[in-house]
Every structure is written in C-alpha cells, then in structure tokens.
Write a protein that binds this ligand. Sequence first.
Ligand code: FNR
Length: 188
Amino acid sequence: TTYQVGYFVGSLSSTSINRTLSKALIRLAPEGLEFTEIPIRDLPLYSPDYDDAYPPEAIALKEAIGRSDAVLFVTPEYNRSIPGALKNAIDWASRPWGQNSFDHIPAAVIGASIGMIGTAVAQQSLRAVLSFVNARQMTAPEAYIHFTPEVFADDGEVLVESTAQFLGNYMEEFRTHVERVLTVIPRS
Ligand code: FNR
C-alpha cells in the first residue's frame, strides 16, 4: 500500500532549515509513502466570518488534507511556540464547526532549530493543538533536530550517517503508525 502524506512546513522563510529538513525526510522515507506539500503561505488570517464562504485558498487547504492519508508537520519554534502562519492554517482546517479536516487523521510532528532545544517546546505546543483537533499523533519516537550545515546540505542530503539513520527510522516508524491508525480508522 502507498500512503499519501500531506506535509506542512511551518516556516515561510526562503532559507528555511525546516524546508531542508522536509527534503531530508522525503529522501530518507521508506517505500510506500508519497509526499505532497500543503501550502499555508497564501491563507488569509482566519475569522469565523468566513465560515459560510471559505476563500479558495482555504478550500484548497481542506481538500488537500482530505486527499491525504496522513499529515506531517515540519516546523520551527517561534518564541517557544509554533509560527502564527502554521497555527492559522490549522485553525482554518479545523473549521467550519463540524467539518474539522484533522478528525482522526494520522499525524506526526518534527522540527529543526539552530538552537540546541531543537523545537522541543514548539512541538509540545503543536501537540496540544493537534490533540484538540483529534489528530492521531505518533507519540514516539520524538525528533528534536539541532540543525547545522555540517549535517544537512541544502538539497536535503544528510551528511552524517547517524543522523540519516535516526531520521530514516523516524520515517519508518511514521509509516508503521499511519498503517496502524488506518487499520482501525480508515480515511473516508
Ligand atoms: C526564532 N528562533 C527560535 N529558535 C528556538 O529554538 N526557539 C525559539 O523560541 C525561537 N524563536 C524565534 C522567533 C522568531 C520570530 C524567529 C524568526 C526565530 C530561531 C529559529 O530557530 C531559526 O530562525 C530557524 O532558522 C527557524 O526555522 P526556519 O524558518 O529556518 O525553518
């Protein structure tokens, strides 16, 4: 079976290290996972006033999640939480009330920072949000990536074997998690 993974990059930066990490994860992923980025950049700021008539960008967001068997969040830490752009996208997708796109979806979180904390606090914050929207999170393994150019090339090649193994194992575990969740809760 091949699973469709929609992935979110939480950064809008043109030099995002989290985008580089997403490239690395795709390179190291096992067979049976296909990746499509779900863009968040052009979403307006969410307001309930849109609930009766979502704009095209938000409809596209919800459709992209609907086509995905699972979602992967690759995000920086901003001020000990997730970037507003990513929170905004999650808010859009969780609404209108009763049409939460994340309900029961298999999900995983990962992130890279230039600091040693490796987005640990942001990931905890994101996990709280994903719990509320009822995503089925992979809780282990966790992955807090301290990004250095000695380890990650711009094209996502991982230059240190132990890191490549760690990230490859993370993606193997993610595939297993997706399979387990979908066995119990098929995507409708
Ligand atoms: C940061 N950065 C940061 N790093 C961290 O480890 N914890 C934090 O709370 C923050 N806070 C923060 C806020 C804002 C507004 C910015 C712009 C940056 C540093 C951050 O890890 C670094 O900029 C990364 O390069 C961000 O990831 P991307 O955008 O390169 O993927």
